[in-house]
Design a protein around this ligand. Structure first.
Ligand code: ADP
Length: 486
């Protein structure tokens, strides 16, 4: 077998140090799985204050001169995180800032984000080029989201490694004024509709999608959906044009942190063949959240950012009916103020049957996954989604809309899917509040049949959501990207 390609994984986030969304989790887990799969992989990310604290012993390995008017001089430092090599891009005037990596304290984008992530992209490309200051050279530069998506542009125009861009969230694209092209040192030839130009601006993400050897996103269904105007945020035509180069690879989950047999947050541990102990978690959750300790009705759980994307306005529409199903509801989430107020009012109208906690609480999230009977995720779009996978692992069948990663992981209960033992949850017939209600009615009725419910739980718990699956698929993608070069 040929040697696994060497990879530079370029990212603007990495959990636990810097995380605003799914990219942070992926950057923490996927590189480890890829190294286990035999890839010589290094992670490139800015030397933010949180990284400086975590790796005070990081050593300088290269100096990078100013490469363009808006790209100041920088340094590359090397560190290791449990054996994972990190390349830390140090440029205090760009990255020495507290808090969120993209936003200032006033909640607005840092005004120099084009330089901050232009530099990150430029250095990612440089490390894949003959002019690299390092002896180590990747075969593939793997860019993630708009913040590193300009890297393929330099590799395309100047030559170097093959490239991949992974879309974790297509809503954020990194668009800046036309003058940014020269300021970042991109060649004039790049100013084309099939280059970095997008409606008179430089678009980082569009450039990457246009010029990368291959594109991926975080689930097969989302890969199809973003080719539609409704989901593509303006980039659907380009993605349709490149559909033969676009792949969907489902994210994994951390199967050590999310394991009901060992989870330290739980009242009782359980597994697919020891499901009876799950009941103690329901009782503990009911107590903790002030719900009546009734065993005769299912408890629906929600853990979510409260935003329109997550479809929880649908739940508010039908919420008053839940106690009459009969069922209970436990909500953990925060976000949109009107939605927060709506859930609080709902809980006040139904004490003992509906409980709401408006905070971010990892421990409670684990206890809801274990204590609920059924997990609600009526998202309007969901590139991959994590909570439905946690729910499947926790024997808490998810109830979802058929979109993105939800459609790729949840299999609706039917005669056929029960027969082939794939049934593991409930899918709404459409995106309406009525469809959510109908699916909740169906779940409530199904839950009454304890043996049937157990089969559904076990089907979900048996499925493997570890990162090693995703790593195998990315390995193939890397080989395919290299093949586009020959
Ligand atoms: P998204 O990244 O769009 O918010 P995901 O389902 O992919 O949605 O991931 C959400 C992650 O954030 C999950 O790990 C979930 O448990 C966690 N989460 C969201 N809201 C809360 C909260 N209020 N408290 C604890 N964890 C939360």
């Amino acid at each position: 077998m040929t040697k696994a390609p060497a990879i530079l994984f370029a990212t603007s986030e990495m959990a636990p140090w810097v995380k605003t969304g799914g990219l942070g989790d992926v950057a923490a887990a996927l590189p480890v799985a890829l190294r286990r799969a035999g890839h010589d992989l290094r992670v490139l990310l800015p030397f933010y204050p949180a990284l400086q604290q975590a790796f005070p012993q990081a050593k300088q390995i290269a100096a990078i001169p100013p490469l363009a008017p808006a790209l100041p001089a920088a340094r590359l430092l090397a560190a290791e995180d449990n054996g994972l090599p990190l390349l830390l891009l140090d440029c205090p005037e760009l990255y020495q800032r507290p808090g969120n990596p993209y936003l200032a304290a006033d909640g607005l984008d840092w005004p120099d984000n084009a330089s901050r992530f232009g530099l990150l992209s430029r250095v990612a490309a440089l490390l894949g080029q003959a002019a690299s200051p390092l002896a180590w050279r990747p075969d593939i530069v793997h860019a993630n989201d708009w913040q590193t998506a300009l890297a393929p542009a330099w590799l395309h125009y100047q030559g170097g490694a093959a490239s991949i861009v992974t879309v974790h969230n297509i809503a954020f694209q990194g668009c800046y004024p036309a003058a940014t092209r020269a300021a970042l040192g991109l060649p004039e030839a790049a100013w084309r509709f099939d280059g970095v130009e997008y409606h008179g601006q430089v678009s980082f993400l569009k450039a990457g999608l246009q010029l990368a050897s291959l594109i991926s996103t975080v689930s097969p269904t989302y890969a199809r959906e973003i080719q539609d105007e409704e989901f593509g945020y303006g980039l659907a035509p380009l993605l349709r044009h490149r559909r033969d180069h676009l792949h969907g690879i489902l994210n994994g989950v951390d199967t050590e942190i999310w394991n009901p047999a060992t989870d330290p947050s739980l009242a009782a541990h359980y597994a697919a063949n020891r499901l009876a102990a799950k009941r103690a978690n329901k009782l503990a959750l009911q107590r903790a959240m002030g719900l009546a300790e009734s065993a005769d009705r299912p408890l629906f759980g929600v853990i979510s950012r409260l935003t329109a994307q997550k479809g929880l306005d649908l739940l508010l529409t039908i919420g008053d009916g839940i106690p009459h199903l009969p069922a209970q509801l436990a909500v953990l989430g925060s976000g949109d103020k009107a939605m927060e107020a709506g859930f609080l009012a709902l809980a006040e109208r139904h004490p003992g049957q509906i409980a709401v906690s408006l905070k971010f609480d990892e421990d409670l999230a684990h206890r809801i996954e274990a204590g609920a009977d059924c997990f609600l995720m009526p998202s309007r779009f969901e590139p991959c989604g994590l909570n439905q996978m946690y729910s499947l692992r926790y024997g808490t069948p998810p109830l979802v809309q058929a979109t993105g990663g939800l459609a790729d992981t949840v299999v609706d209960v039917s005669a056929a899917t029960l027969a082939d033992r794939t049934a593991n949850g409930f899918i709404m017939a459409d995106g309406s509040a009525h469809a959510l209600w109908q699916a909740m009615e169906r779940a409530t009725t199904t839950w009454q049949d304890k043996r049937l419910w157990q089969r559904i739980q076990q089907n979900g718990m048996r499925r493997d959501f570890s990162w090693s699956h995703a790593a195998t698929e990315y390995s193939q993608l890397y080989r395919d990207a290299l093949a586009t070069r020959t």
